[in-house]
Write a protein that binds this ligand. Structure first.
Ligand SMILES: [Zn+2]
Length: 194
């Protein structure tokens, strides 16, 4: 069994990868849902995934000053990647809707890797990259546990993920799961919607 298959199995077992009928934040419907927090609650698993992301990036990133992640999703895995690399870990967070570095500083010329749990469109990753670049940092790599993009994201540096699971989604009007009357679940809430 490849590591990708093992990881997908693990995500299923820990209910981080759910299959059914889900309402996405975009309003679209999907037959599956990924919430990495469900596996990252286990520190030994988080440490192993962090080490693997570090190993994948290390060949392309000979020198690194720090790891930066967006809160909240990227914090645990970013911290583990930084631990494996033995560099500091910083996070940025939203303030009034805008991604900012509220508690830390990055110096011009510092070499930064950006780590996420899941990359889908790459939007929050690009916001995080923009924060680092606004301090004059050099983005030298991007990593995630899961890549859910249908197409390769446009990033200014090399991107590695541990697992590719392209996101499937449907418009409400043409959703085959609605047609089969499978209860729609809004992730984060426990009750199925009628
Ligand atoms: Zn549907």
């Amino acid at each position: 069994m490849s590591f990708e298959d093992e990881l997908l199995d693990l995500l299923r077992t820990k209910q981080a990868y759910l299959e059914g009928h889900f309402l996405l934040s975009s309003g679209l419907h999907s037959p599956n849902y990924m919430q990495c927090a469900k596996i990252l609650q286990f520190p030994r698993i988080a440490a192993d995934l962090g080490r693997r992301i570090h190993e994948k990036l290390a060949g392309d990133v000979p020198a690194l000053d720090l790891v930066l992640s967006p809160a909240l999703g990227g914090i645990i895995i970013g911290h583990e990647v930084a631990r494996s690399w033995d560099v500091p870990f910083l996070f940025c967070e939203r303030e009034e809707g805008r991604m900012k570095l509220r508690r830390f500083e990055i110096r011009p010329g510092q070499r930064v890797v950006v780590i996420e749990d899941v990359v889908t469109t790459g939007g929050s990753t690009r916001e995080t990259i923009a924060v680092a670049e606004s301090y004059g940092a050099i983005i030298v790599g991007i990593g995630s546990i899961v890549d859910r993009g249908a197409n390769p994201p446009h990033f200014p540096a090399v991107f590695h993920s541990l697992l590719k699971v392209p996101l499937e989604h449907y418009q409400v009007e043409s959703c085959p799961l609605c047609e089969r009357e499978i209860p729609l679940v809004k992730p984060g809430s426990r009750q199925a919607k009628k």
